[in-house]
Design a protein around this ligand. Structure first.
Ligand SMILES: *Cc1c(COP(=O)(O)O)cnc(C)c1O
Length: 396
């Protein structure tokens, strides 16, 4: 009853049919196996389940049928061998890093990142004796200088939250592999449709599935994808014994999200490109950053490694926090909130929300000025959005 995996179906087909496993009832939409564990026919079977001779489910902290379908579909999208769904994007970030490092190891990370990712790397890791270098990841030269023989792991987001700064995945992976370091890429902003970090050389790719994969503001989730070897050697035991597993209900919601993700992301990106053009030419705007525009400072790398633009636009208003707040308050359609990749357009003022806990001088270094806004473009009618944004820009 499952899609034959030996056929080379395209992404949209795989997202609908790939990896599906049906119960004896032949349900059309995947079943939700909302169960903590599984029972065995005999004591002998229980013994064999636990020693791996009988392949089957044991406990939902380890694996669950609904989660497994979600993991399989994500593996198909990313051309990964194995995936593990976890409870949130941060469970994915923390897990991918903590499962690998030990005291004395060195980690290099790009400074442009989500506030919580920065907390894990800058505050938690040094407590356990891990040395950390946080660098300006936009320049390959900085990676070259920072990576050393004790470097065990590299972490970056590209495009980064919220400044849409880019890291050259292929070049940085090449430098990392020269010292046997593992490259972990947070691909939440690009989505698996527009950028494939594993194909570009990264070893591990992770997502906050809260963002474009759910895409409808319902569930928190995350996923880690890599080779079968990396999962077996590094993540599997960490995952089983520290307990960040995704709820099967959430996995089912994520499966429903995947069915429409390509349509949503493509339409949202088309609108975002038009909105970025409108914002970029407005007099109230200091600068506009959009990965699909030729004036993005790293447009060259973007064309090399991304196959589409983005649902996200970052821009800085002249007039700092007051202008930014005026703009947010003048909008009538977008929500003032902090999710992204949602069907609803969402405006965020990072300096006072998602990055409030990042020190002011660090924010300045990252380009998160008081006038910076992060816009996640939704599925509303593009003309309605353009009209609303134009009047809000005029009002600032
Ligand atoms: C949102 C986000 C996260 C954290 O994901 P949660 O699902 O909120 O835990 C991590 N990285 C990036 C780039 C994000 O945008």
């Amino acid at each position: 009853m499952t899609l034959k995996q030996d056929r080379n179906y395209r992404t949209a087909t795989q997202m609908i049919h790939g990896g599906t496993v049906r119960s004896l009832y032949g349900e059309v939409s995947e079943a939700i196996y909302l169960t903590q564990g599984f029972a065995y026919q005999t004591a002998e079977q229980a013994e064999m389940r636990f020693n791996g001779e009988d392949l089957g489910f044991v406990y939902s902290r380890y694996a669950n049928p609904t989660n497994e379908v979600f993991e399989k579909k994500m593996c198909m999208l990313e051309e990964a061998e194995e995936g593990r769904a976890v409870a949130s994007g941060m469970a994915a970030v923390a897990g991918a890093i903590l499962c690998m490092v030990k005291a004395g190891d060195h980690v290099v990370a790009a400074r442009a990142m989500f506030g919580s990712c920065r907390y894990v790397i800058e505050t938690i890791l040094p407590r356990y004796g891990v040395e950390v270098s946080i660098i300006d990841g936009a320049f390959v030269k900085n990676w070259e200088e920072a990576i050393r023989p004790s470097t065990r792991l590299i972490f970056f987001e590209t495009p980064a939250n919220p400044t849409l700064e880019i890291v050259d995945i292929a070049e940085v992976s090449r430098l990392a592999h020269a010292v046997d370091a593992t490259v972990v890429a947070d691909n939440a902003f690009a989505t698996p449709l527009y950028q494939k970090p594993l194909a570009l050389g990264a070893d591990v790719v992770l997502y906050s599935t809260t963002k474009h994969i759910d895409g409808q503001g319902r569930c928190l989730g995350g996923i880690i994808l890599s080779s079968a070897d990396w999962i077996a050697e590094n993540f599997q035991n960490y995952f089983r014994h520290t307990g960040p597993a995704m709820s099967p209900f959430t996995a089912w919601v994520m499966l429903k999200g995947l069915e429409t993700m390509s349509l949503r992301v493509e339409q949202m990106s088309r609108s975002a490109a038009q909105i970025a053009d409108l914002i970029a030419q407005h007099l109230a705007v200091e600068k506009c950053l959009y990965p699909g525009r030729a004036d993005h400072p790293q447009a060259d790398i973007i064309t090399q490694q991304m196959s589409g633009g983005s649902t996200m636009v970052a821009f800085e208003l002249k007039g700092g926090k007051k202008a930014a707040f005026n703009f947010c308050n003048a909008l009538t359609i977008p929500l003032i909130s902090n999710n992204l990749g949602d069907v609803r357009s969402i405006i965020t003022h990072p300096a006072t929300t998602t990055h409030q806990n990042v020190a002011a001088e660090v924010r300045a270094e990252l380009g998160i000025s008081d006038g910076l806004l992060r816009f996640s473009i939704g599925l509303e009618d593009t003309d309605d959005l353009l009209e609303d944004i134009a009047q809000a820009l005029d009002a600032t």
